[in-house]
Design a protein around this ligand. Structure first.
Ligand SMILES: C=C(O[C@@H]1C=C(C(=O)O)C=C[C@H]1O)C(=O)O
Length: 266
């Protein structure tokens, strides 16, 4: 049996979220190189033959189609932004562990993340203006959107690991559909505070100007460290927790229809 062993624990899931901070901060730095470049998002700017949508829509749907063929979405950590009509993978299927219940695959918050990205996030960290680099802008948007989406949906794994480590704590709340108590049990204020502080520090380290002529000097950063911590505090952490609580709430089905599930998961 080539099935990879379930490798997620609360600790390993946390370690992955810490690692993903690097990806998100570098993606923010890359996107912040360009001004807003609003034509990238304006459907009337592009008139691409046989395509309806903005340049970003065009880049995302074509990139996701190619990445899907290359097997990206076989990994349950990945969630496409435009899931309709995605071509199937054409590569041999790696047996990723079935750590999540299949119902978890139905949680896809990318529509919300997409809206949030344009309405709230972009204005927080890009300068206004237009330098014509629309394709480059779309590519950096996609990298950032994918990194943010992966982080938020990682809440599925966090929730599953938390449940498996303390089923006796979660089960009655899931059965009682007590969302509020579930959210409380899922929350670790201490961890959240560390995340918010650490990403600010990382943004200072990763976003400083490095030169051989002088010691590293603080003060100017490629993306504002306080914006990075605000972004985490206001959006990324709350949305990760929304995914976590949705995952727990939907477990009611598993608990009710398959009572052996809790035992089976060792
Ligand atoms: C991810 C976790 O769950 C919650 C969400 C957190 C986050 O999004 O960073 C941090 C702490 C918890 O409130 C965790 O406990 O590590």
């Amino acid at each position: 049996n080539k099935m990879a062993k379930a490798q997620y624990t609360v600790d390993s899931a946390r370690a992955s979220l810490v690692r993903q901070e690097d990806t998100i901060i570098f993606a923010l730095i890359e996107r912040a190189r360009f001004p807003l470049n609003s034509p990238t998002y304006n459907q009337s700017y592009t008139s691409i033959p046989q395509f309806q949508g903005s340049l970003l829509d065009f880049v995302i749907s074509n990139t996701e189609a190619m990445q899907s063929k290359a097997g990206r979405y076989i990994n349950p950590e990945e969630n496409p932004f435009i899931p309709t009509n995605l071509p199937p993978s054409v590569v041999p299927r790696y047996p990723f562990s079935q750590f999540l219940h299949p119902a978890a695959a139905l949680i896809n918050m990318n529509k919300e993340i997409w809206k949030l990205y344009f309405n709230e996030l972009l204005p927080m960290f890009v300068a206004s203006g237009d330098d014509g680099n629309y394709a480059q802008t779309a590519v950096t948007d996609l990298m950032l959107l994918q990194a943010i989406s992966r982080r938020i949906h990682y809440g599925k794994f966090v929730a599953e690991a938390k449940f498996r480590e303390a089923p006796q704590g979660y089960e009655p709340l899931i059965r009682g559909r007590d969302r509020e108590a579930l959210m409380k049990l899922l929350t670790s204020v201490r961890v959240e505070e560390m995340v918010v502080k650490r990403v600010e520090k990382k943004a200072m380290v990763f976003g400083q100007e490095v030169s051989l002529d002088h010691d590293v000097k603080g003060g100017t950063y490629k993306v504002d460290p306080s914006v990075v911590s605000l972004l985490y505090q206001k959006w990324l952490i709350p949305l990760t927790k929304t995914v976590e609580s949705r995952r727990e709430c939907r477990k009611i089905k598993t608990l009710n229809y398959n009572p052996s599930f809790v035992k089976r998961i060792d």
